[in-house]
Write a new protein. Structure first.
Length: 646
């Protein structure tokens, strides 16, 4: 059911209605998005039957705000060509916006208005929103740049006749068909016309203004009016969209708007000088990020898979950290050089500001939608209670996941959701200690035991959120409970303990709960990745939760968060091990002394390159440890010294 959106901007732009599958079913343009879109939400009896049919098929509405109505026209055209909406059939044909073209591959190039597919060897200028303006302006320009406009057939006919056409007589053509102009002179006309169309319009405009003023001073008002109309046509044809940088540039413009928890990103795609589409997405700030770091995350999200490719220039509000690395990554994906720039002025800066305004609007809509999501979160928790047979709605959910690489650097993660939202202050990471090889079940058992034994040690489980009144967590002073003095590592017990995996992980959870004497006091469930099946104790078959329900979405969200958190910790430990692995297992060289050693010698490579004398000279390193370290790093030298000693 399509609902009326809030906070529609009173500005020009293009809007798109989409169906349940995300397909664009209609694209429109408006001088005022607010007025135009509000007109759709009136009594259906007042609407055209086709409009009613379109609204019945649509389930969502999006819009892109631009600065002028001309931009909205061009944007509407680009979106229709890209999406071919079913309710825009009247615009889906072989026509396109008109270009002024010069056929440079011909002996005598001609100027003409062209539509449709582009031809090799032809220079195109535009596109223009008004075809009549091109023709009127071309008619005017032919007085100063008299190049031919006739077809090849007409040119050959007059060439055979030896007599020029009427355009030559009225000084709109230099007469190349009858040899009235040399090839060099004609080429000069073409070059001058090309320069004008590329933007050097000031001389012609100045001349027209002077002619109009001269005619007005001479009281030749009819001629002044004709010149005035020509001047208006020139200005109309040479009008540039504000979103256009040049007729040949390809740009991607990225901007963002931030709040404390979220950031909305807008990417505008400019191809051949025209805005052909945009992509918007919202990033949740799982970790504290600066604007530069956020730009880097947005670049990763955008260009991991992008349907519009990568432009040569990517405009951003602030350079990401490691901008050179990002440029290299983008260049590899594009197969050509890519530059990331921060424009400070001009039209490119205007494009970044335009994208930022769209991002701010998107963030506002997202925050309003998030505020209204309180009902959907409550619905998700109620659905979980119903489907899983829980005694109460699981206001606190803990989810566990494991991560390793062929049994090495085994780690586990615990993430927490309260009231359907992440509570990152309660996240925990576990380094698995007692599992020698690749055994997910044993690793899961260790992690659950280390977490749940704190609940078992506390005796009866305290009231948590959702147990009677909504109690506040115990006061914590310096990381300890002010009442008991014990370290407050976990504020509440969970109403649902979710395991990432299938029946095997669920059986491990049941075993740990039973061993710790917590049976009947904790509710368990496991979420299998393959078919998003949910398993609970006492049932052989998975619980059937509708795939489009709020409940399954909430479980997927917390499972994915636990997976992300575990992988991050695993990568951190593996990198730390690889950096310091060469210095492990040496008697007397503990973590603190190893850290001082690496700092003093400029890294592990410096330690490996150090001689025995260098190591013995370190005051904090005992001589026996220095010799053991040197022998460990240089076993051949140690063997040689032993051989010489014997």
């Amino acid at each position: 059911m399509l609902e009326r959106p809030e906070n529609i901007p009173d500005a020009p732009g293009s809007y798109q209605f989409k169906d349940a599958a995300g397909r664009v079913v209609y694209v429109g343009k408006a001088r005022s998005l607010r007025q135009r879109l509000n007109s759709y939400f009136q009594d259906p009896r007042q609407l055209h039957p086709r409009t009613v049919q379109m609204l019945a098929a649509a389930t969502s509405l999006e819009w892109i705000q631009v600065r002028t109505e001309v931009e909205a026209i061009m944007l509407e055209y680009s979106l229709i060509k890209a999406h071919r909406p079913r309710f825009n059939i009247r615009l889906v044909d072989d026509k396109s916006y008109p270009y002024l073209a010069l056929t440079m591959d011909e002996t005598w190039p001609r100027a003409t208005v062209m539509r449709g597919a582009k031809r090799k060897g032809t220079r195109y200028f535009g596109p223009y929103a008004h075809a009549y303006a091109i023709r009127e302006t071309l008619d005017l320009l032919l007085r100063s740049f008299p190049v031919r406009t006739c077809s090849d057939a007409k040119f050959r006919r007059h060439e055979r006749l030896g007599r020029p056409c009427l355009l030559y007589d009225i000084e709109r053509c230099s007469g190349p068909c009858v040899g009235a102009v040399s090839a060099a002179e004609y080429a000069a006309y073409v070059d001058e016309l090309t320069g004008f169309l590329e933007g050097d319009t000031a001389p012609v405009l100045a001349r027209l203004c002077a002619e109009m003023q001269q005619a007005s001073d001479a009281l030749e008002f009819e001629r002044a009016a004709r010149v005035r109309d020509r001047l208006a046509a020139v200005r109309l044809a040479s009008e540039r969209q504000e979103v256009v940088v040049s007729s040949t540039e390809d740009l991607d413009v990225l901007a963002l708007a931030e709040s404390e928890l979220d950031a909305a990103v807008q990417v505008l795609h400019v191809r051949r000088g025209r805005l052909v589409g945009r992509r918007g997405f919202v990033l949740e700030k799982v970790e504290p990020l600066t604007t530069a770091e956020l730009v880097g995350r947005a670049l990763e999200q955008q260009y991991a898979e992008t349907p519009l490719g990568i432009a040569r220039e990517v405009l951003v509000p602030e350079l990401p950290e490691g901008a050179t690395t990002y440029e290299q990554w983008l260049a590899e994906r594009r197969g050509a050089k890519v530059e990331i720039k921060v424009p400070l002025r001009g039209r490119k800066r205007g494009l970044v500001e335009l994208a930022a305004r769209n991002a701010a609007e998107q963030l506002q809509r997202h925050r309003m939608r998030r505020a209204s999501d309180l009902a959907s979160r409550a619905r998700a928790l109620e659905e979980l209670q119903t489907h899983l047979g829980l005694p109460e709605a699981p206001l606190r959910i803990e989810c566990y996941d494991m991560s390793h690489l062929q049994g090495s650097d085994y780690v586990g993660s615990m993430v927490v959701m309260e009231d359907g939202l992440p509570k990152r202050s309660d996240y925990r990471r576990f380094a698995v200690r007692s599992v020698p090889g690749n055994d997910d079940y044993a690793a899961m058992g260790e992690v659950l035991t280390r977490r749940l034994r704190h609940l078992a040690a506390d005796g009866p489980l305290p009231d948590g959120p959702g147990s009677g009144a909504l109690d506040e967590p115990p006061a914590v002073i310096g990381g300890r409970d002010s009442a008991t003095g014990r370290r407050a590592r976990f504020a509440y017990p969970p109403q649902l303990l979710l395991l990432d995996g299938g029946k095997g992980q669920l059986h491990v959870g049941e075993k740990v709960v039973a061993e710790l004497g917590l049976g009947g006091r904790l509710q368990l469930a496991a979420l299998a990745k393959q078919f998003e099946e949910v398993f609970v104790p006492g049932r052989a078959a998975p619980v059937r939760i509708p795939r489009d329900s709020e409940a399954i979405y909430l479980l997927q969200q917390i499972r994915d968060e636990a997976h992300r958190f575990a992988i991050g910790f695993h990568r951190e430990r593996r990198a730390r091990r690889l950096r310091g692995g060469a210095l492990e297992g040496i008697p007397g060289l503990g973590p603190e002394r190893r850290k001082r050693l690496v700092t003093a010698l400029g890294g592990v490579r410096g330690v490996k390159a150090a001689s025995l004398e260098d190591l013995l000279a370190l005051s904090f390193l005992p001589d026996a440890v220095a010799r053991a370290l040197h022998a460990h790093l240089h076993p051949r030298e140690g063997a040689g010294q032993i051989a010489r000693a014997t």
